[in-house]
Design a protein around this ligand. Structure first.
Ligand code: PLP
Length: 350
């Protein structure tokens, strides 16, 4: 029997998706211009489409999700302000201290449950307005929550947090890197989530499959002009970016509804992993396309386990001493889910 080489199954992240031939075709045909002059017609179309999709008046194309978050943090605050944010959020963990280094703000971490804060927690984190307290300036939520396990914010929780924010006169920012995963999983429209936020960012790369780019959407045109100036200051203004914007437009048109497949694949993988001795997983915690599981028994650390899987053509991320993360995405077909589970079972069985 000869082994036919199988393609590598890459479940490290949905950031590893590559532009499809049809997306590349759209990129190759894109009309372009100088976007710093506002003259790239494809960027303009993407910004209009993205804004409409989340029910906001305007949007701005930026190179990455981190750029989107950081520009919003900078625009909503002044150095010395405090930003309320969940303790395991992307802004806290994975943006390399940019909030402090670039916006000059202090982050007030609120410990969430699977990444989700309650309105009571947020209210308790707001500083008193007196002469010696740091001033709270912004509340940030992340939906879906990455490190929480792809968790979807219940709309009622967002509404309750918004009521607290309004009472205290604070703006809200949504890190919606995976907003459309939340939309597809919950059936709540992007606009129904977004209406509670002053600014919303979402990624066109990740599960939507574009090679790069995020959008910042808002109803506040003055704020958007301020964000545009910071985008230039931060080095994020691009010229003939229509080539990337064309990929983003293609992603918005073709790759949103299919996120449901990724969610089904994640549930399927969780159900399979639950049957494998040596793996501990709670399938109830799989809301969208991200799943965490533990390797149990003293034999492996997560790092060693992930390294042992690599020669078998399966890539995962180790995220803790015994905890691994798998993320499903559009470059992972249905048959790869069973193959991934088999590889995991085989390596554990050795
Ligand atoms: C991926 C991600 C971002 C942005 O990441 P970039 O790599 O800068 O595009 C922001 N927030 C969350 C929750 C993410 O998962």
């Amino acid at each position: 029997m000869t082994d036919t080489p199988q393609p590598i199954i890459d479940l490290r992240s949905d950031t590893v998706t590559k532009p499809s031939p049809a997306m590349r075709d759209a990129m190759a045909r894109a009309e372009v211009g100088d976007d710093v002059y506002g003259e790239d017609p494809t960027v303009n179309r993407l910004q209009e489409a993205g804004a409409a999709l989340v029910g906001k008046r305007a949007a701005l194309f930026v190179p990455s999700g981190t750029a989107g978050n950081q520009l919003c943090l900078r625009a909503h605050t002044e150095p010395g302000h405090e930003v309320i944010v969940e303790g395991a959020s992307h802004i806290v963990r994975y943006e390399l201290g940019a909030a402090a280094a670039l916006a000059g703000v202090q982050l007030h971490w609120v410990p969430g449950r699977r990444g989700l804060m309650t309105a009571e927690q947020v209210e308790a984190a707001i500083r008193p307005k007196d002469a010696y307290s740091i001033q709270s300036a912004l509340i940030c939520l992340e939906n879906t929550h990455n490190a929480g396990g792809g968790t979807v914010y219940p709309l009622a929780t967002i509404q309750a947090i918004r009521r607290v924010a309004s009472v205290h006169g604070l703006p809200m920012h949504l890190d919606g890197a995976r907003l459309f995963n939340a939309v597809v999983a919950s059936g709540v429209s992007a606009a129904d989530y977004a209406r509670h936020f002053d600014t919303v960012t979402f990624c066109l790369s990740k599960g939507l499959g574009a090679p790069a780019g995020s959008l910042i959407a808002t109803d506040d045109r003055l704020l958007l002009e301020r964000i545009r100036r910071f985008r230039r200051m931060y080095g994020g203004a691009m010229r003939q970016a229509g080539i990337l914007a064309a990929a983003g437009l293609y992603a918005l048109e073709h790759n949103i509804q299919r996120l449901a497949d990724d969610h089904a694949h994640a549930r399927q993988l969780a159900a399979r992993l639950q049957q494998i001795p040596g793996i501990s997983i709670d399938p109830e915690t799989v809301d969208t396309n991200i799943l965490f599981f533990d390797v149990i028994g003293a034999k492996w650390s997560a790092k060693e386990f992930v390294a042992a899987l690599k020669p078998h053509g399966l890539l995962l991320n180790a995220v803790g001493a015994c905890s691994c993360r798998a993320v499903t995405h559009l470059d992972v077909p249905t048959e790869a889910i069973e193959q991934a589970a088999e590889k995991i079972a085989r390596v554990l069985d050795r």
